[in-house]
Write a protein that binds this ligand. Sequence first.
Ligand code: UDX
Ligand code: UDX
Length: 471
Amino acid sequence: MRISVVGSGYVGLVAGACFAELGHEVIVVDNDSRKLKALERGEIPIHERFLPELMARHHRRRVKFSGDLTDAVRASSAIFIAVGTPPTEQGEVDLSYVESVAREIASAITSYKVVVEKSTVPVYTSNWIRTVMLRNGASRDLFDVASNPEFLREGTAVTDFLYPDRIVLGADSPRCVSLLREVYQQLENGTYYREQFAIPGPDNASTPPPVIVTTTQSAELIKHASNAFLAMKISFVNAVASISEAVGADVQQVCQGMGSDSRIGSRFLNPSIGYGGSCFPKDLMAFRAVARECAYDFRLLDEVIRINEDQRKRFLQKVRSALWTLKGKRLGVLGLAFKGGTDDIRESPAVLTVQALLKEGCTISAYDPAAMNRAREVLGSSIEFAPDAYQAAKQADALLILTEWQEFATLALPRLHSLLKYPIVVDGRNLYDPLIMVEHGFTYYSIGRQAVAPESYAAGVAARGSRQTSI
Ligand code: UDX
Ligand code: UDX
């Protein structure tokens, strides 16, 4: 099938490459000519696992880049809209890019097309797209508007696309449903998974994925409700972490106990300095606004957002309690991306924490395996950028772990200890076992667990004859 994907961002580029992997001819359209030129040269503007492999396979063969939406629409049966949907000042969604794309598509179509929302949009956006297209001269029988939400996590977006938990097709006519099914046929009938050069899936992948056909409104709601629910899970566990700290419990043990109930599940139960990224913060606000518009006061979502913001403040408080005063302190920071595995710093709790610490008068040396260039655009010369984790720690009063990169979980602890001015680690992602940290001589603070220090550890062992970790 010939498919156009409008928008070559995190979502559009991955979707385009994956559609090509499923055998389709893809035109990725963008209105940013610099970006297009770079893509055309074979550059990949984002850090995303397996995307380089897919582009090497398909670029100039099944994937083409273009700035001409009209031509792309005429050549395609399905047009996926994946342009940005940024938040407005009021927390609603700015749908002006989606609208302008819909207008352009309307004036281009001369035969039946399916226009598919891929960007996360509020419920009823599909109705608006339809209205805008009709107002701009598209004939009613020449198009359908569908919603096919993506559930891609940055960093694992390619495997999330090819090995999804489910494929949601929100469409209101049988013709539209069957065209969308054709797009995902290789996944639904499992042929992709038998291919010799298929991108390897995660260990727990269950294939083939179920296809869930819904109305467009339901599909739009599925996306917002899923993201809001996942964010709620994180805020819930972060609240439990605060209680764990207060009562001397260990939140990791609590999570293990909770997560092994299959009704709850262990995923998205990791305590942290809060969720960030281009989706959760924006989608929570947008879903809240949608609920308000339809006269439902969804205050639970306010609480999810409040707990998330509070979590960053609590982390700052933790740094303060580790160092007493902050002014003039030198801090090593590991992680700037909003999570591990990506170079994206949009709404990154790590960057927000760094900015708050700078305001308190700290000096910061930071390292991130992928997000340094993007962070430099925002933080400029306000911090030092270290070439690796150890250099970031050098002569620091404390080391802060702000992003859950795998490589931060396997640092050489004796080396780290010798580089820090004071062996203090404040871990916002619980990457280490407190017992191991204290045995390596660190004073170690984490989320939802007791802080530990070598002096009190030694005293505890002497007094009780047992390994006691808290201070
Ligand atoms: C996506 C989704 O669109 C958003 O709804 C979801 O919540 C997060 O992910 P993302 O792919 O991250 O957004 O957006 P971004 O990286 O900003 O890319 C959007 C692309 O669309 C850009 O390359 C931009 O140049 C392009 N664009 C934007 C157009 O081609 N036309 C426009 O009118 C506007
Ligand atoms: C999310 C959704 O997971 C995805 O389905 C949707 O399509 C886009 O939004 P993404 O923003 O890429 O994906 O990242 P995700 O892995 O969901 O993490 C979001 C944030 O939550 C990150 O800041 C991460 O560090 C944080 N997080 C995640 C936690 O703090 N604890 C967890 O247990 C999981």
